[in-house]
Design a protein around this ligand. Structure first.
Ligand code: CA2
Length: 148
C-alpha cells in the first residue's frame, strides 16, 4: 500500500522556531520515523511539504489512483481552506487529518477544522508520534477499505 504524507505551511520550520509549542524534531526527523514504521508495516511512503495552498490541492488531486491513503497536516489551512476540503471530497482517497499539537486545547480559532468532515479521522496532540500513529491508522483504513 502507498501513503502520501502532505505537510502545509511553516512546517518546514519545525525544530528551528517555537520548540515550546512544536518540539525540537525537524520535519526530516519526523519523515525518518515515518519511513521506519512504514518499512515495518510494508507500506510505501511519499513525504512532501508546501507553503502554497494550490500546490497542496494539486498533490491531493494527483493522488487518485496512485496512493491508497493521504495523511494531511494542513497546518493553518486546516482552519481556513475550503479548497483543500473540496479537493479531498472530490478525489475520494481516504484522508487522515493529523496535527502535532492538540488543536482542541489551544486558541478557539484552532478548534474548527474545515477538512475534518471529509476526513476519515483525526490524530492530534502527540507531537511527532502523531505521524507514526498515522502510518498505523493508514494501514488500518486501507484494510477496512478492502474488506468493503
Ligand atoms: O499542531 C499542528 O500540527 C498544526 O497543524 C500546526 C500549525 C497550526 O497552524 C495548526 O493549528 C496546528 C502550525 C504549523 C507551523 O509550524 C511552525 C513550526 C515552527 C515554528 C513556527 C511554526
Amino acid at each position: 500500500m502507498k501513503i502520501l504524507f502532505l505537510n502545509g505551511p511553516n512546517l518546514n520550520l519545525l525544530g528551528q522556531r517555537e520548540p515550546g509549542v512544536y518540539g525540537t524534531a525537524t520535519l526530516a526527523d519526523i519523515e525518518k520515523n515515518v519511513r521506519e514504521r512504514a518499512r515495518e508495516l510494508k507500506a510505501e511512503v511519499a513525504f512532501r511539504q508546501s507553503n502554497l495552498e494550490g500546490e497542496l490541492v494539486g498533490w491531493i488531486q494527483e493522488a487518485k489512483g496512485k496512493f491508497d491513503v493521504i495523511v494531511l497536516n494542513a497546518a493553518a489551512y486546516t482552519h481556513t481552506s475550503i479548497a483543500l476540503r473540496d479537493a479531498i471530497a472530490a478525489v475520494g482517497v481516504p484522508t487522515i487529518e493529523i496535527h502535532l499539537s492538540n488543536v482542541h486545547a489551544r486558541e478557539e480559532f484552532r478548534h474548527k477544522s474545515l477538512i475534518a468532515p471529509v476526513c476519515c479521522g483525526q490524530i492530534a496532540g502527540f507531537g511527532p508520534k502523531s505521524y507514526v500513529l498515522a502510518v498505523e491508522a493508514s494501514v488500518y483504513v486501507n484494510g477496512r477499505k478492502k474488506q468493503g
